[in-house]
Ligand binder design. Structure first.
Ligand code: UN1
Length: 523
């Protein structure tokens, strides 16, 4: 086991007394019916910087069912008029949002790094993903395609159109605090729905920034509402609310199953984006430099806290030791620290609870007989005192039945497994309850196409890492990663619209489908 000390990039200013003592200036609010309001409980919760626990980012309203009721009521009333605004007009608002997000990108990225830790290049990418989604969904304002089809009777016309569903309850995670709310809110809005967003309790500031941008772009009161708070207190009442026909949730599979059950009882449309246990296959003909780069970015980017993170590397036995040696050498040089320092490559985990959970997985790996090559502990040095850092951790000699090879860890831990052939590598990759992202490094086009066909996952990359999906292709997974829905792209509209089939009879007489056509043939 190797767990050398890390270089920690912590700015000296953070070591002094906390400049953000609890005062009125760093209190933030819910957004209900066009107003920034406190929670009805009058209670607040803290948001702290995971790179420096002494840094209080702000206080946020601790909301409950009363706040959810008020927000849903506003959204329900606003739906009556928003659904009638022509879609290209609704889209104009999203174009304005996109431009404002561009102007505020740096400010929002810095605020995001401060509240959730990922490095500044990545938080800029997070805001950029929201900008891309805004432009993409704004374009849908002049598409939102339905179909026209022939009908069997004369002087009759048939078409299908997308109709908005109503109030959408959006429950979002902390790891992509602006991108994921945008994946859900923008398609919902352009399609004519209204929204109640429940922010993640670890990243409420980014949600406040997101909603402020919609407000500044001129969104009418009630069309978008924000509730801050915790899952059981603020998320559950949204899931249960009778006036919320759509729930879109991104988070753990365990919580997703509860939401599916509770939403299912009321026959809601529930779209779930859940866990992953993503793998990168490295074949014996792969460009190893490229494969190492991909695995480093996939496993340790966002400190492994992506549902698309590379959690397993399945390596062909002929290149296993070479790949492992190169990968280890590069991982040794990763710099941990405050994400606002541009030299930092790996930020902290989101909170202490997550760090303990990751550590439990690492302990299980050791107990089950895997070889811990490096990492496996809380970071040494200054980082330990200030933030929730965990060393980038690599296991080898991992067997497919071990917990570290099967369960989602959501931290900077990667398991290297051995395979003797493409078929074996694909079958190890598929041997999991999840199926979100996947990757193969090979120069053999036949192997690449077999992998594209045989890998059980919603996303497959050829010669690229498991992370980095773009907004114009469907995003989501198979098995316990979700319930068949997809986010992003045109497919997300299926979550936020109902199909309506419309028949227009301009014959001026009663025409009976299935009867008159056949009778006419006989005559
Ligand atoms: C997530 O981790 O929940 O493909 C989303 C990616 C990002 C989105 C990740 N664009 O890695």
């Amino acid at each position: 086991m190797r767990s050398g000390p890390f270089l920690c990039n912590l700015p000296a200013a953070r070591d002094g007394p906390n400049p953000n003592a609890t005062n009125m200036t760093n209190r933030h609010h819910n957004f209900v019916n066009g107003h920034w309001v406190d929670a009805q409980s009058g209670e607040w919760f803290e948001n702290r910087n995971p790179a420096n626990a002494g840094d209080l980012v702000g206080l946020f309203p601790r909301s409950d069912h009363r706040d959810v009721d008020a927000a849903v009521d506003a959204a329900r009333r606003a739906f009556k008029t928003w659904r009638l605004v022509p879609a290209p007009k609704r889209a104009e608002l999203l174009y304005r949002v996109a431009r404002l997000l561009e102007e505020r990108k740096e400010e929002f990225a810095r605020a995001m790094t401060r509240e959730m830790g990922k490095v500044i290049a990545e938080t800029r990418g997070d805001v950029q993903e929201a900008i891309d989604t805004a432009y993409y969904c704004a374009g849908e304002g002049r598409r939102l395609f339905g179909d026209t089809v022939p009908v069997e009777l004369p002087n009759k016309f048939g078409m299908s159109v997308r109709m908005p569903v109503g109030v959408c309850g959006l429950i979002t995670p902390w790891n992509f605090p602006m991108a994921i709310p945008s994946w859900k809110a923008f398609p919902a809005l352009v399609a004519g729905n209204t929204v109640v967003l429940k922010s993640a309790e670890d990243t409420p500031l980014s949600s406040v920034n997101f909603i402020k941008t919609l407000e500044d772009a001129g969104i009418p009161a009630g069309v978008v509402n924000l509730i801050n708070g915790f899952g059981e207190e603020a998320g559950a009442p949204l899931v249960d609310h009778p006036d919320v026909p759509v729930i879109s949730f991104t988070g753990s599979t365990a919580v997703g199953k509860i939401i599916a059950e509770r939403g299912g009882r009321k026959l809601k449309r529930v779209s779930l984006e859940l866990g992953g246990k993503n793998a990168q296959i490295v074949m014996d003909d792969a460009d190893l430099e490229l494969a190492v780069e991909g695995a480093l970015w996939g496993a340790f980017g966002t400190a492994g806290q992506r549902c698309t993170a590379t959690s397993r590397v399945i390596c062909h036995e002929r290149v296993l030791s070479k790949f492992t040696e190169m990968f280890l050498a590069r991982a040794e040089k990763l710099k941990l620290g405050d994400g606002l320092d541009p030299a930092t490559q790996v930020g902290p985990l989101i909170n202490e609870e997550r760090r303990k959970a990751v550590h439990q997985y690492v302990k299980s790996g050791v107990e089950e007989g895997a070889t811990l090559l490096r990492g496996g502990g809380f970071s040494t040095g200054e980082c330990v005192e200030h933030g929730w850092f965990y060393e980038p951790t690599i296991f080898t000699n991992v067997k497919p039945q071990m917990r570290i090879a099967r369960e989602e860890i959501f931290g900077p831990v990667v398991a290297i497994l051995r395979a003797g052939s493409l078929d074996e590598a694909v079958s190890i990759l598929n041997d999991t309850n999840y199926g979100l992202s996947s990757s193969i490094y090979t120069k053999d086009i036949n192997a690449a196409f077999r992998a594209m066909r045989d890998i059980e996952a919603g996303i497959t990359y050829i010669n690229g890492p498991t992370i980095g999906a773009e907004v114009q292709l469907p995003f989501g997974g198979v098995k316990e990663t979700g319930n068949g829905h997809r986010e992003a792209s045109w497919t997300v509209l299926d979550s936020y619209t109902e199909w309506k089939s419309i028949y227009v009879d301009f014959s001026g007489r009663l025409q009976r489908a299935q009867i008159d056509t056949h009778d006419a043939e006989k005559q």
